[in-house]
Design a binder for this molecule. Structure first.
Ligand SMILES: NC(=O)c1ccc[n+]([C@@H]2O[C@H](COP(=O)([O-])OP(=O)(O)OC[C@H]3O[C@@H](n4cnc5c(N)ncnc54)[C@H](OP(=O)(O)O)[C@@H]3O)[C@@H](O)[C@H]2O)c1
Length: 258
């Protein structure tokens, strides 16, 4: 029997844009109540108002920088009673900065990627999973990347952080094997979101070149997969789902009609 999302509580990080925002929409459409978090509170509030109105679900928008360990723990411990029993955690917040070679990557970019992509995932797992374990119920879905399975030049730090997400996902699944909890990863290839604008620090031409000459994935493609993983029957644990655009064959091989 499929897992029903109606009245479930889903915590999504990085819900102010891209894949996280699309996940919020698809989970709300499926009847789940949501805690949506990111740094841009105004975007979260607009999304919460829209989705609550459209799908008659409860939505709590919460400003949270996932890098802040103390804030993550405090946010979770102070959740209103109605949102305290989190059924599904979608660890989605993440970013890539620059395309420098490993030895030329600026200190700040290294820290930001490691702190967001690795420590951010750990911060939410450590804040939310203990209660899931106590209840013997819950699903952790980490948004990793094809960069978590393969390395590519000019993405060394990002690839390292996403390889870490893959490893954390696998270890957590092993740690929880004697419980009813499930742990999954989704590993997308090229998805057309704000991701490349963030990577190229606002350079529109460089960002759009990433998606030139092929039909990249869109955020909804990944959100649909996340909902599929979350609604799979309780005895089914999807370990990792690798999703590529039709014209992408690996992290480094993309066919472009230019
Ligand atoms: N797009 C791709 O090609 C692709 C491919 C594979 C995997 N992914 C992964 O998919 C996930 C989502 O990326 P996306 O493509 O949707 O990118 P996006 O459009 O740039 O969205 C990223 C989200 O993460 C949030 N975020 C960034 N830093 C944060 C922080 N310190 N604390 C809290 N939230 C933070 C952003 O919100 P605020 O700025 O408001 O904080 C935003 O909501 C990432 O983990 C990314 O690595 C993306």
């Amino acid at each position: 029997m499929k897992t029903d999302l109606k009245h479930k509580t889903v915590f999504i990080t990085g819900a102010s844009a891209g894949i996280g925002e699309a996940c919020a929409l698809e989970f709300a459409r499926a009847g789940a109540n949501l805690i949506i978090s990111a740094r841009r509170q105004a975007k979260l509030e607009r999304l919460a108002t829209d989705l609550a109105l459209k799908y008659s679900v409860e939505i709590l928008p919460l400003q949270l920088d996932v890098r802040d360990t103390g804030a993550a723990a405090k946010t979770i411990s102070e959740l209103p009673a109605a949102f305290r029993n989190i059924d599904i955690l979608v660890n989605n917040a993440g970013l890539v900065l620059g395309t420098e070679k490993v030895h030329e990557t600026p200190d700040l970019d290294i820290d930001t990627m490691i702190d967001t992509n690795i420590k951010g995932v750990l911060n939410l797992i450590r804040a939310i999973v203990p209660r899931m374990v106590a209840d013997n119920h819950g699903h952790v879905i980490n948004i990793s990347s094809i960069a978590g399975l393969e390395a590519y030049p000019g993405g060394g730090i990002y690839c390292a952080t996403k390889h870490a997400v893959t490893a954390i996902t696998k270890s957590l699944r092993m740690d929880l094997v004697d419980t009813d909890l499930r742990v999954s990863a989704i590993s997308p290839g090229l998805v057309n979101t704000e991701f490349s604008m963030v990577r190229f620090k606002g350079d529109v031409d460089k960002a759009s070149a990433v998606y030139a000459g092929l039909e990249a994935l869109v955020a909804k493609d990944i959100a649909d997969a996340v909902v599929y993983v979350a609604t799979s029957p309780a005895h089914v644990q999807i370990a990792d789902m690798v999703i590529l655009a039709n014209k992408q064959a690996s992290a480094t091989l993309v066919h472009r009609d230019l």
